[in-house]
Write a protein that binds this ligand. Structure first.
Ligand code: TIU
Length: 235
């Protein structure tokens, strides 16, 4: 497949669809629905819900284009042995990680709140990376999976912009991946952090990566013919 081009800031990103994946970070009930970890931290989680529909459109386009799609979830083993005590203590929350909340035990694997929202639910062939930290590369096999698939470019969606998205993009950038973050597919509980978080990615010539939009991603992904597809008379 020939090299393609994302219109993005600070300048267009050239990419090869065969070495490009969609990475959707932590679109879990615990962050986007009331009664989860996000709310326990004192946040208005409704601010994140606007990301679901643009993420859904990009996910659908990526699936049609035959791209590798990966999902991550932040959370811990039920016995919390993979949760640093410092993380468990942080914030002195009345209902914190591992405690029982309205959506089950907060940020614990296997619980209702820990799972991905239905609109973006992974297909059986889409790897789900369960991560104990904010960064998707920390103590996970994400890098191994990306290397085995020959992935070099990541289209990044998810929450929250300045926490798990930023940490992941920084980790990816240091490992040599090129990340394009879709501005309306990532969300923050803090509008100012959303704005500055995106600025920080694309500043200084794209110090961490590129910023584009769901509309541009859908436009570009629709130009890709999945491997094995045959041409039609309409083309
Ligand atoms: N608190 C917050 O903004 N985010 C997180 O704790 N995790 C993710 O960003 N996924």
């Amino acid at each position: 497949m020939a090299t393609m081009r994302f219109e993005a800031e600070p300048y267009p990103l050239e990419f090869d669809p065969e070495s490009t994946a969609l990475l959707i970070i932590d679109m879990q009930r615990d962050f986007v629905e009331p009664g989860g970890f996000g709310e326990m931290l004192g946040n208005d989680v409704s601010l994140l819900r606007s990301t679901i529909e643009p993420c859904r459109r990009v996910l659908e386009a990526a699936r049609r284009a035959g791209l590798t799609v990966l999902h991550t979830r932040e959370g811990h083993r039920p016995d919390l042995t993979d949760a640093p005590p410092s993380k468990l203590r942080r914030g002195g929350l009345a209902v914190g990680i591992g405690d029982h909340g309205p959506m089950g035990r907060v940020l614990v694997r296997g619980e209702y709140g820990h799972d991905i929202v239905p609109e973006l639910y992974p297909l059986p062939n889409e790897p789900v990376i369960d991560k104990p930290g904010k960064g998707s590369f920390y103590e996970t096999d994400l890098d191994l999976i990306l290397q085995n698939r020959g992935i070099r470019t990541l289209i990044v969606c998810g929450v929250t912009t300045e926490v798990c998205v930023h940490t992941t993009v920084r980790q990816a950038n240091d490992r040599g991946y090129e990340c394009v973050v879709l501005s309306d597919c990532v969300g923050s509980y803090f509008p100012e952090f959303q704005r500055v978080g995106l600025e920080m990615i694309k500043a200084q010539g794209g110090i961490f990566g590129w910023v584009s939009s769901s509309d541009e991603a859908v436009r570009v992904l629709r130009l890709i013919r999945p491997a094995g597809a045959t041409s039609s008379a309409a083309e």
